[in-house]
Structure formats: structure tokens, C-alpha cells
Design a protein around this ligand. Structure first.
Ligand SMILES: [Zn+2]
Ligand SMILES: [Zn+2]
Length: 289
């Protein structure tokens, strides 16, 4: 595969804790394009820590509007703008993304207008185009194509897996989803499948620690996939490598990589990466952050 995939944030859910990982965001460099998929808290720092200038931002995709995927989208673009962004950026996301973006630039109106006048910057509002998409083809631009599949993430209906293709390389993002068999067809033969994952024994510990336990367990089980289910999708799809991200739990000191591997190995025996922040993944394997 050509290109580079960097896991910027690998934690499922919006809360962060001291020393813990960051919510979901991923950097994909493919076919000369710089793509960010999901913009959870920490994405801006993550992009720069990956050695990339914010001025290189090009395409941003949001899988759904849960805050652990969109909270830092506005700040990412605004910070890129103050870092000297001079080229247009296109934001792709489900219905509601345009409202998010318009509300963000409205909230920052004072700062944006004063910097245009005071520092001679271009108008950020004219540099960003928002494209709201549904299922099917999202983008076809030269050799790069992106398609979307609606997945099963109740009560959110507008949540989409994404498939990026460039000259025979394909990368699929599951987005947040319960076990969803159609995803196997969508991910068929991909070089890399990034799939969200939850660990059953970790969920039990999480639920035990939280006041609203039974309700939380119900939500998690209805809306997310167990690690073994992610392995089943990977096996049915025949992907080159399975990467687990959006880990639940991601910051339980008593749960380590070995626990995740043990759970996935029941259904998937191919190349496997358990996500952690800063990890660089290729179809050959991974480089430590
Ligand atoms: Zn999420
Ligand atoms: Zn979600």
C-alpha cells in the first residue's frame, strides 16, 4: 500500500483522564492527499505530533456527530487558519455538519473578523466548503474515491463507515457500529480495516464503576461491537490487516493489549494491530509512536 495511516486518538467516548488516550481521530495520507477522519478532542495536537503542518490540511471526513468524533473540528480548522492555511479545505460529514460549522464560525466571529482586518488573513469562512453526504459515493477526485455505508449505531441514524480507495490501495473505517454484517461486504479485500471495539470484561468493570450502570451497559451493547465481532467482520471481508480503535475501555489499568488480542483471536487470525495514540500503521505492520 502507498500512503500512511496514523492513529491520532484511539479512545471510544468523549471523556479524558490523566495520562490516558485521546478520543477518536485518524490521519490518512493517500495519493498525495492529507485526510483527517473524525476530529475528537486532541486532533490538532495529534496532527502536528505526526509531523504534519496544519497548512497541509485538505480533506476532513466526519463519520457521525457524536462529540468524541467532532468536538475539535472547528478548533482544528481555525488553528490551521492561524497557522497560515492558504488553500481550501473540504469537510465531508452527515446531515447536521453544515449547522455545526456555521455555528462554530459564528461563535468565533469576533476573532475571525478582527484577524482578517488586523493581520490581513483570508476569510476562513470562504476557505471551507461543507459537503453533507448519505450512503453511496461521497467523493471521486482523480484516483481517489470515497464511499459510505450507513452502519448500525442507535440512536444515531446518520453514521457512516467510509472506504477510501487509491490505485489499488483501500482503507476502510467502520465508524461507530454494533455488529453489522453488511460491513463485511463493504470492506471486502481492503488492505486495512479500522474497526471499533469493545471488550466485554472491560465493559463489566466500566459499568460497575459508573452510577448509571445498567443503562450504560444497554447503550454500549446496542451501539458498539465486541472485539470478537470486529474480528468476524475482518475474517468475512478478507482484509489484509485489522486495526482496532475507538477502544472501550481505553484507560482501564487492568486491561492491556494481551486482553484485546485474546478476544480478537477467537474470530480473526490475520495481521492485527491494537490501536494506541500516535501509532503509524501500514499493511506491513506498525511503527511505534
Ligand atoms: Zn464514538
Ligand atoms: Zn458514536
Amino acid at each position: 500500500m502507498s500512503g500512511r495511516l496514523v492513529l491520532l486518538g484511539t479512545k471510544g467516548g468523549p471523556a479524558i483522564r490523566p495520562g490516558g488516550p485521546w478520543p477518536t481521530s485518524t490521519l490518512l495520507e493517500l495519493g498525495g492527499r492529507t485526510v483527517v477522519v473524525d476530529c475528537g478532542l486532541g486532533v490538532t495536537r495529534g496532527v502536528t505530533d505526526a509531523g504534519l503542518s496544519l497548512k497541509a490540511l485538505d480533506l476532513v471526513f466526519i463519520t457521525h456527530l457524536h462529540s468524541d468524533h467532532v468536538l475539535e473540528l472547528g478548533p482544528l480548522l481555525h488553528t490551521a487558519w492561524t497557522a497560515g492555511l492558504a488553500t481550501p479545505v473540504t469537510l465531508f460529514g452527515p446531515v447536521g455538519l453544515n449547522r455545526y460549522w456555521q455555528s462554530f464560525v459564528q461563535a468565533l466571529e469576533f476573532d475571525i473578523e478582527i484577524r482578517i482586518v488586523d493581520e490581513g488573513r483570508p476569510d476562513l469562512r470562504k476557505m471551507v466548503e461543507v459537503v453533507e453526504f448519505g450512503e453511496g459515493e461521497v467523493l471521486s477526485d482523480g484516483d481517489l474515491s470515497v464511499t459510505a455505508l450507513r452502519v448500525d449505531h442507535p440512536p444515531v441514524t446518520e453514521c457512516f463507515a467510509l472506504r477510501f480507495e487509491h490505485q489499488g490501495t483501500s482503507i476502510v473505517f467502520s465508524a461507530d457500529t454494533a455488529f453489522f454484517p453488511p460491513l463485511a461486504d463493504f470492506a471486502r479485500g481492503a488492505d486495512i480495516l479500522l474497526h471499533e471495539a469493545m471488550l466485554e470484561k472491560g465493559v463489566e468493570r466500566l459499568v460497575a464503576r459508573t452510577g448509571n450502570g445498567a443503562r450504560l451497559r444497554e447503550h454500549l451493547m446496542a451501539s458498539h461491537s465486541l472485539a470478537g465481532e470486529a474480528g468476524t467482520i475482518a475474517a468475512r471481508a478478507g482484509v489484509g490487516r485489522l486495526v482496532l480503535n475507538h477502544l472501550i475501555p481505553a484507560d482501564d489499568p487492568d486491561i492491556g493489549e494481551a486482553d484485546w488480542v485474546e478476544a480478537v483471536r477467537k474470530t480473526w487470525n490475520g495481521p492485527l494491530t491494537i490501536g494506541r495514540d500516535g501509532l503509524v500503521v501500514t499493511d506491513k505492520g506498525e511503527d511505534a509512536p
